[in-house]
Design a protein around this ligand. Structure first.
Ligand SMILES: [Zn+2]
Length: 333
């Protein structure tokens, strides 16, 4: 396939940690010793068969435990952005939940640390753009993280135009109704923060409707929104970009391969973008997702360029005009 700039919009820093970094940090922190090799260490965290999202989410704990010092968190961000560059990605949004890295840091410090890591890569490779999305977390009704989520929002406001390009709601979708986060998104909207919300990944279509009513500029997954013709119609009419990650959806039992709506979404005019979500846990790359789309859903090279163009246009990052032009040129050639 010819070279064109790849765009990744939905990728979680912890779930996307390069396996070499995951191994190196586990050795450094004494979680394993050298009798364990990198492949064995990687294989024990990969999700090999579909399981409920709640089970998938538990796998993140092992990774976030390694990312509690500024040195390790910076290395994670640096190595991920660098590995993205090496895969041809030129515009990337990396998301993470700063409230999961506060054993030794404040949320602001965690964000500064991640920005330091990705900024180093942009210095080495000036043709790459990386923005950070901070995630608020849904831990369910019993969790006491309302203040932590408000801190995350304040972090997004403090670092707006300084590398943080948007805010998200991640975690266990529906464990606490998405609606109960509305006040946070109202404030984010008033502050001019770009919004994406995990919705319609686990929960039914109504969750996507709720997210769209909470000023979401984009939807994380949104696949179940497709089951309700009215919600699907609204997604198309408003041209809300959808951050689709096919393998992740299958592994977390949100949908099976034969029923994934990605092809239909494309054909009916939804704004589809293709992403990895958690390449370490799902054992995928952006390219392997493209291969899957070609093999199972008949995506052509033009379709793949189109989803990258959709993603570049939908990106919250600034200074992306050159990448959009390159993709427009690739599409018309
Ligand atoms: Zn996600």
């Amino acid at each position: 396939m010819s070279f064109y700039p790849r765009v990744e919009l939905h990728c979680h820093l912890d779930g996307a940690l390069p396996s070499s970094t995951f191994y190196k940090l586990a050795l450094k922190e004494g979680v394993i010793d050298k009798t364990v090799d990198e492949i064995t260490w990687k294989n024990q965290i990969i999700i090999t068969e579909a399981m409920p999202l709640s089970e998938c989410l538990k796998r993140f704990d092992q990774i976030t435990a390694l990312l509690q010092t500024p040195e390790n968190l910076e290395e994670a961000a640096y190595s991920l952005a660098l590995s993205m560059y090496e895969q041809g990605i030129r515009l990337a949004e990396i998301r993470f939940a700063p409230q999961q890295h506060i054993l030794q840091m404040t949320q602001n410090q965690a964000v500064e640390t991640v920005l330091r890591g990705v900024n180093k890569v942009m210095l080495i490779h000036p043709d790459m753009i990386v923005g950070i999305i901070v995630c608020m977390m849904n831990y369910g009704e019993d969790a006491d993280n309302d203040d932590a989520n408000m801190d995350t929002l304040n972090t997004a406001i403090a670092y707006k135009d300084k590398g943080v390009v948007g805010i998200d709601l991640a975690g266990a979708e529906g464990a606490k109704p998405t609606e109960s986060f509305r006040y946070l998104f109202e404030k984010a909207y008033q502050e001019g923060i770009n919004i994406t919300i995990h919705a319609g990944e686990v929960c039914p279509a109504e969750a996507v409707r709720t997210a769209m009513s909470m000023h979401a500029n984009r939807i994380g997954h949104g696949i179940h929104g497709w089951n309700d013709p009215d919600v699907a119609k609204e997604m198309i009419a408003r041209q809300i970009p959808l951050e689709i990650s096919v393998t992740s959806n299958i592994l977390s039992r949100c949908v099976d391969l034969t029923h994934h709506p990605v092809r239909e979404m494309m054909d009916q005019g939804a704004v589809v973008t293709i992403n990895t979500d958690d390449p370490l846990l799902c054992n995928v790359t952006l390219q392997s997702e493209y291969d899957l789309l070609q093999k199972e859903f008949g995506f052509t090279e033009k379709d793949l360029i189109q989803v990258n163009l959709n993603a570049a246009r939908a990106s919250f990052c600034q200074h992306k005009e050159k990448i959009i032009k390159e993709l427009e040129k690739a599409l018309s050639s």
